[in-house]
Each structure stands twice: as structure tokens, then as C-alpha cells.
Design a protein around this ligand. Structure first.
Ligand code: WT7
Length: 648
């Protein structure tokens, strides 16, 4: 990255905390003090909030950098911590999950209900032959059965690999193969804007064409659509649960036993299996949820993320349930049947803590203030944001139109790899900086470094890194230790490299700018440019492809693909449509390029490396600087010309 001595261009215009109470303030001050004095002692202290079946002996082992281990010798079970321990008192009758589907049908599961369903499924899975330590793939919509499936796996010590329901059959197949899953849990379908998403059909395609490791497919009924069930392979979720006992002993897991893997995009065509373990993860997510969202027993909490992403794992399932919270789960679209669906849900259930993404907020702004204004949102007391940088204007709109200028906004920065929030304000802060994730969570040590590894100057853009290990950190990439070392630990010795650029303002607030690698962030979802490129070049007409993220008003970034064709092929509308369809089919609709530009050539360095930065500048209509180091400087102007004519 170039050294940029540019000053912070957004004036840090602080917003005074509208809801500062003394107790919360004291907590924030105390936690920060503890965390900065002695992080290990801090996390050891925090670990008391989790129930251990065997106490840990050593809080941290850093002897084999960067294969860190936490809470050594400790044993616990995540499902026990999320459910069983709440049953001793009145919480057993508390709603754990308030579910609403797109049609408006609702279901409430108390902690006792959740306990029963998780136990029955866990026991049924065991009877089917699921073994401790084997990876179970889950490909499901946003329904209670997804949470039940995850917790049932955790109960029997089988790490889950949840594949986002928006991924295609091909993407699902790759992930199943990589994890060698013998068991797959899915549903007949999902609901989206009044239509069914054919999950079971995708599963059949994923398992059909090649030899698959999958032996049993467990299908939950959701849409009620007729789906073919393959004799001997497919089973109904209810039948598996009915075959199980009412009690299934939770496995005593070692703190460092895997809890789950979650595939995420990287800079190569192959997704990375991010592996999280049990003890440190549970303590990290539990603690960050408790203090960042100032958890209160009477809260109704709603996180709009999908269960298929890390936000769903950490902050729909493990963190809130381990805190004994009431979680709203909504399966459907924010604009169905009308653009006030979210606000009507908040009003209906009296949601008090609401956690969503900037891309969604930008949509709400576009749809108009009248939608939230027509609902009573007075139950809200705290807001959260995650997934990408939130523009200061968007922060302020959220604060005003959703929070009614009385809710603190927590802009939480973290990653699939980090497992838990690493940078976030706390509700006990006196003021907030709209647009900045602000400061590290207590006990966390982040920094912005320059190329030389020194702290960047105030206002200077540098690399965001984490200097000390944290409990919920991922432990490795599944079956790919080398990539783990290369991607995250090779830039600076002993320091975690996030892949994000950031700068710090005069007051020390951290402004995350975004990815600095070949990963793009579309609507808060991470997609590797290489993944899309490798699909594009599969097409017989395509010689070469370069994919970039182009600034987009709603999505943050939109996907633009520059494609050169083989001799004898011409760019046409049909080919444009065919390529978009190919990508959506191979990866999922989230990866479909917004635009495709057919170009005779791509800008390359003399050594033949495509310069994506130049393509991004062209796509964003920026002035192109020095191109003399290019193999063929002429290429840029011809692409620019072509692009300009396409735009107009
Ligand atoms: C990347 C991680 C963490 C859950 C959702 C995405 C970006 C995330 C913020 C934020 C600025 C953010 C970063 C990060 N990001 N939250 N509050 N401010 N950027 O998880 O797919 O692992 O992506 O999302 O670029 O590296 P993910």
C-alpha cells in the first residue's frame, strides 16, 4: 500500500451519549482498566461467566506462535452453556427464540422448549451415527431448526459447518467435500419475497453429480413444498428428533476442541475453512455481547444477520443464548410485504436492542423516512452496526430515525476470523464518533501500522492489526495450516494481519476504511475476486477476467468484471447475461456481477500482473495517474473509452 499522509477528511463530530447511566459508565471504565492492565487476567476473570464442567488450569499458552491456546485443561459444552444452565431458575420459562416467518406466522420457544428440541435432535443424530469430532454440514433458512441443529451438534461434540442458504448447489458441494461431511441438515426450502428458495433441490444437485461423502440428509419442513426424498439417504428432521431421547448428555469438550468451521472467502479461488474452538470462543462472544449491548434480562434482542454468516453464529446463537437473552429470529425480506417490515417487527415484539448492517440502513434511507416514522419504535434502547464501515451520515440517520436520538449506536468491527467484536464503543462511553468503530474492546490490543511495522501517524492510512491474541480468535484454517500462516501471520512477526486498512484520528478513534486485499465487501458479505474470476474463465468464450469492487450507494461495493474474450468470440448482451448467470449458479446470487465489460486487453504490469486498482479507478470514474509502468499504457485509455460509452 502507498504511504498516504492524507489527513482524516471526516471531521470527528462527536455525538454525546443520550443514555449514559452511572452504572454502565462505571462498568466501561472498570473493564477498560482491567483489560489494559493485564489482558490475561481480564479474560481469566471473564471466564467465570461460563460454566465449566472442569476448570481450566492455565489461561493462555503462546509457546507455539501463532497456534495459540486458551483456557488449557478446561472442559465445557457450548450447548449446555446456552441452554441447560438457564433451566435451574425462572429463565426456563423465558422466551429464548421469538420466531416470525415472512407470512407473519410466529413461534416462541422458551429455554425449556429449546432444551427439549436440542436434546431430541442431538440424541437422534447420535443414533444415526454422528460421531464426536466429525463435521456436520448445515444448509438452512432462518428458522428455529437451524439454531436447534447448531446446538445439537455442539451438544454431541460434532463441529458444524453452516453454509449460507443463499449459496448455490456448487458452492455447497465444494464445502461439503472439503469438510468430508457424512451428514447434512437442510430444509425443504426457505422463504424470500413470497417465493420459495429451493434448498432441498440444491442439495440434490450438490450430492447428485459426483461421488459425495454425504450418507444422510436430514430435512426440516418449512415451506411445505413437495420435495423428493431419496430412500435410504433422506430423513425428515422431525423423524430424527422423534427417534431421539428427551435427554442427551452433553459431551465434555476440551476448551480447544473445535466448535465449528465456517467457510469464508479469501484472495484465492478456494474458500477458507475458518476454525473456531470452544472455550475461548464462548468466553469471547459471551463477554462482548454482555458489555457491548449492555445485556439486560428483560431485553428483546434482534440481529438481522443470517445464521450462515459469523454474525449469525456469534450474535444470534452462541452469545445471546449463553447470556440467557430473548432473541428475535425473522425469516424473510425487509421489504415484504412492504418496506416497513423491520419496523413493524420491532413494534410488534417491543424489540429493545437492534443489530443490523450499514447496507440495510442505506436501503432504509432510500426507501424513505416515512416507513420507520409510521411505527412506534420507542422500545429501542440500543443500536448496533456491523459488516462494513458505516458512513457518518448513515450513522446519524440511524441514530435519529431509528433510535429517536435516544439510543447509543455500537459500530462493531470484527471478522469471521476474530469470532467476536474487537473494536467497538461501549454503551458507557460519554460520546460516540459517527463513522468510526472507535476503540478496542477491553483486553484487546489493536493498532494501525505502516509498511515498516511502526505505528502510523495520526490521520495516516495504514494496516489494521491485532498485537495480542484474544480468546475467540480462530485457531487455524481447516486442513490448511500453511495458508493460515501466510495469510494472517506473515506480514508482521507475531502480529495478526486483518487485511483491512484503517486510520486513527486526533482523539485516537479508529476509522476502518475497508479491505486492502483482493476481497470485496458486497452488502456486508465478503467475496474474493479470484473466486468470481475463476468461474468466469470457465466459460468457453472467456480468455481472462479481472473482478473489482466498485463503490455502490447501497451495497457499499458492487461487483464489476472486466473480461477479455477468446479469438472468434464477441461481447454481446447474451454473453453478458450468460456470464452473470454462470457466476450466480456457481457461487450464489450474492456474487453475480453488476456489470461486465468486454475488453480487448487488461492493464498489466510488465511482469504480467493485472492491475485491479486501475480498473477500479476507471469504474469509479477517477482520474488515472501514471500508467508508464504498464506493459501497454494504451490499454487504459481504450478501456476507459469503452467504459464511458457503456455508462452513458
Ligand atoms: C470484514 C469482515 C464481522 C461480521 C460481518 C462480516 C468489514 C466488518 C465492520 C465495521 C468497518 C467492518 C471489514 C472486515 N467490517 N465490520 N464495523 N466497520 N468494516 O464478516 O465476512 O468476516 O468480513 O468486514 O472489512 O475485515 P466477514
Amino acid at each position: 500500500m502507498k504511504h498516504q499522509h492524507q489527513k482524516n477528511d471526516v471531521a470527528s463530530h462527536r455525538v454525546v451519549n443520550p443514555l449514559l447511566d452511572q452504572k454502565v459508565r462505571e462498568t466501561a471504565v472498570k473493564l477498560r482498566e482491567m483489560g489494559s492492565q493485564d489482558p490475561l487476567k481480564f479474560w481469566a476473570e471473564m471466564s467465570r461467566d461460563i460454566e465449566w464442567s472442569k476448570n481450566w488450569e492455565k489461561v493462555f499458552d503462546g509457546s507455539n506462535t501463532p497456534f495459540y491456546r486458551w483456557f488449557l485443561g478446561g472442559q465445557l459444552n457450548a450447548s449446555y452453556n446456552c441452554i441447560d444452565r438457564h433451566l435451574a431458575g425462572w429463565r426456563r420459562n423465558k422466551a429464548a427464540i421469538i420466531f416470525e416467518d415472512e407470512r407473519g406466522e410466529t413461534r416462541v420457544l422458551t429455554y425449556q422448549d429449546l432444551y427439549r428440541e436440542v436434546n431430541r435432535l442431538a440424541s437422534g443424530l447420535k443414533k444415526l451415527g454422528v460421531k464426536r469430532g466429525e463435521v456436520v454440514t448445515i444448509y438452512m433458512p432462518m428458522i428455529p431448526e437451524s439454531v436447534i441443529a447448531m446446538l445439537a451438534c455442539a451438544r454431541i461434540g460434532a463441529p458444524h459447518s453452516v453454509v449460507f442458504g443463499g449459496f448455490s448447489a456448487d458452492a455447497l458441494r465444494d464445502r461439503i467435500q472439503d469438510a468430508s461431511s457424512r451428514f447434512l441438515i437442510t430444509a425443504d426450502g426457505g422463504m424470500r419475497r413470497g417465493k420459495s428458495v429451493p434448498l432441498k433441490q440444491n442439495v440434490d444437485i450438490a450430492l447428485g453429480s459426483e461421488k459425495s461423502p454425504v450418507e444422510k440428509v436430514i430435512v426440516a419442513r418449512n415451506t411445505g413444498d413437495a420435495v423428493p426424498m431419496q430412500q435410504g439417504r433422506d430423513l425428515w428432521f422431525d423423524d430424527v428428533s422423534n427417534s431421539g431421547e428427551l435427554y442427551c448428555e452433553p459431551e465434555r469438550m476440551d476448551a480447544e476442541d473445535p466448535l465449528f468451521i465456517l467457510y469464508s472467502s479469501g484472495t484465492t479461488g478456494k474458500p477458507k475453512g475458518i476454525l473456531h474452538t470452544t472455550g475461548g470462543y464462548m468466553i469471547g462472544v459471551h463477554t462482548t455481547y454482555k458489555y457491548t449491548f449492555d445485556h439486560r434480562e428483560e431485553d428483546i434482542y434482534w440481529c438481522t444477520a443470517d445464521i450462515g454468516w459469523i454474525t449469525g453464529h456469534s450474535y444470534i446463537v452462541y452469545a445471546p443464548l449463553s447470556n440467557g437473552a430473548t432473541v428475535v429470529l425473522y425469516e424473510g425480506s425487509p421489504d415484504y410485504p412492504s418496506q416497513d417490515r423491520f419496523w413493524s417487527i420491532i413494534e410488534k415484539y417491543r424489540v429493545s436492542v437492534f443489530y443490523t448492517a450499514p447496507t440495510a440502513i442505506r436501503l432504509f434511507i432510500k426507501w424513505g423516512d416515512q416507513w420507520p416514522a409510521s411505527h412506534d419504535l420507542s422500545s429501542l434502547r440500543l443500536l448496533g452496526s456491523v459488516g462494513e464501515p458505516i458512513n457518518p451520515e448513515v450513522w446519524l440517520w440511524y441514530y435519529k430515525h431509528i433510535g429517536g436520538e435516544k439510543c447509543p449506536v455500537m459500530d462493531t468491527w470484527w471478522q469471521t476470523e476474530t469470532g467476536m467484536f474487537l473494536i467497538t464503543p461501549l454503551p458507557g462511553d460519554e460520546s460516540f464518533v459517527p463513522g468510526a468503530a472507535t476503540c478496542p474492546f477491553p483486553g484487546v490490543d489493536v493498532a494501525v501500522l505502516n509498511e515498516q511495522g511502526e505505528p502510523a501517524e495520526t490521520g495516516e492510512q495504514g494496516y489494521l492489526v491485532v498485537r495480542k491474541p484474544w480468546p475467540a480468535m480462530f485457531r487455524t484454517l481447516y486442513k490448511d495450516e500453511e495458508r493460515y500462516l501466510n495469510t494472517y501471520w506473515s506480514q508482521y512477526k507475531g502480529i495478526y494481519f486483518t487485511g483491512d486498512g484503517a486510520k486513527q484520528d486526533e482523539e485516537g478513534a479508529i476509522w476502518v476504511i475497508g479491505r486492502i486485499d483482493d476481497v470485496i465487501n458486497v452488502s456486508g458479505h465478503r467475496i474474493g475476486t479470484a473466486e468470481i474470476e475463476s468461474v468466469l474463465v470457465e466459460h468457453e468464450a472467456v480468455a481472462e477476467a479481472a473482478v473489482i469492487g466498485k463503490k455502490h450507494e447501497i451495497k457499499g461495493q458492487a461487483i464489476a468484471a472486466f473480461v477479455t474474450l477468446k479469438e472468434g468470440h464477441n461481447g454481446s448482451e447474451e454473453l453478458d447475461a450468460a456470464l452473470k448467470k454462470l457466476v450466480a449458479g456457481r457461487i450464489g446470487a450474492l456474487a453475480r456481477p453488476e456489470e461486465i465489460l468486454f475488453s480487448a486487453e487488461l492493464p498489466k504490469t510488465r511482469s504480467g500482473k493485472i492491475i485491479r486498482r486501475l480498473l477500479r479507478d476507471i469504474a469509479e470514474g477517477k482520474i488515472i495517474g501514471d500508467t508508464t509502468t504498464l506493459m501497454d499504457p494504451q490499454v487504459v485509455s481504450s478501456i476507459k473509452e469503452k467504459y464511458g460509452s457503456m455508462e452513458s
